[in-house]
Design a protein around this ligand. Sequence first.
Ligand code: BV8
Length: 231
Amino acid sequence: MEKIVILTGAGISAESGLGTFRDEGGLWAQHRIEDVATPEGFARDPALVHGFYNARRVQAAEAQPNAAHKALARLQRDWPGEVIIVTQNVDGLHEAGGAQSVIHMHGTLAGALCAACGHRWTAPPEMAVGEPCPACAAPTARPDVVWFGEMPYHMDSIYDHLAGAGLFAAIGTSGQVYPAAAFVHEATMSGARTVELNLDPSTGASSFDDVVLGPATETVPHWVDQMLISQ
Ligand code: BV8
């Protein structure tokens, strides 16, 4: 049975109350990307960046998975083939909704990373500037998220999954951030069918075989039902 590869973005967590990036009043409307989501921004003003991620970490910890997160977990459970979930999101709502082995290509709010020795540990709810690394004690702790200009995580395995996909679905992403925005082209070149489920057509909507518009809590459960009935 065919392998399904799913890419999710901020839109799948929007109805759990977590802000998206580029929608009206989204996260980037309140902050400049350069100031809060780049290594240069962190070097310039670590307190501003920790403050940005602390607020999101606390909010994400209080958020609940929604019907879309749960529907993808159901698809993973009931689909006879492999279902790989790759997320650009740094919240833990896929796992909270029951999904297994989610690939976080942009890292996670729950993770802390030492910029000096590469040690990783579970971040406290609020990280402070100069926090010592538990392994090397250097004051270089940062959120374990992938900033602009940094290499996303797990790219080799993501490209392997795309090469073997029979179906690629992009859910709740505006298709403006690379390399995730190019996954639909990789999937198409591997012969996969492609579908986008989004509130509004993404920048890359025309690259998909099908586009399903609407809020994820409505479109995703319905799409999963259709997939399971048609198998
Ligand atoms: C890299 C950090 C080299 C954590 C983020 C040209 C080609 C290639 C690269 C570039 C290029 N030009 C510039 C670059 C570099 C850059 C880039 O892409 N810049 C953009 C601005 C042009 N990329 C990088 O720097 C990346 N690294 O390229 O390394 C490389 C190259 C190839 C292979 C390997 C390495 C690193 C990018 C990661 C940056 N970090 N976040 C955090 O703070 O969260 S990106 C940030 O944007 C988030 O991770 C977020 O996930 C991501 C994408 O945003 P979306 O998830 O799509 O969210 P958005 O708000 O945009 O859209 C929401 C969508 O949901 C909308 O479409 C909306 O309609 C929909 N929606 C809303 N509500 C609902 C809904 N849908 C359904 N239901 C709803 N209720």
